[in-house]
Design a protein around this ligand. Sequence first.
Ligand SMILES: [Zn+2]
Length: 154
Amino acid sequence: MVTGGGTEPAKKMTEKEQICRDHLIALRWPKGVRCIYCAADVYRSGRERNGAPRWQCKTCLRRFGIATGTALQDARLSYEMWARAIELLLTDGSTTLLAFERFIGLSHRAACAMWLTIRGAIAAAPQRKIALESVLKILLAHPRAALSGNTEKL
Ligand SMILES: [Zn+2]
């Protein structure tokens, strides 16, 4: 890890985002990326709007990204932002939607959707002491609508 002055914030963001992407890829595909539709071999095929990699299946030819079909699917948001948002809600369960909105710096609508989704994932986690990793795994395993509904129990 490089520390000290002279590092541009933008570059730092990119490095952190890269770490988050690699982490998510390892969480979703521990044995290497496979097609999310047919589990066949894939090859790298361009990038998403947020710069994250996309793949194309060698067999069914469908394309997908790190979070396609999951609650994290939203190419406008960086994965680093998701990780920071999850950590905030894990650290302080009483964080209000307004405080969350300010922290994330998104529109009310986008922040609200993210807040509901993350709280849903936290509620769905089986353990009492929940780590960032377990929340990310839940987010990767569910479509957003499935998690947002869980918050009614909170
Ligand atoms: Zn396929």
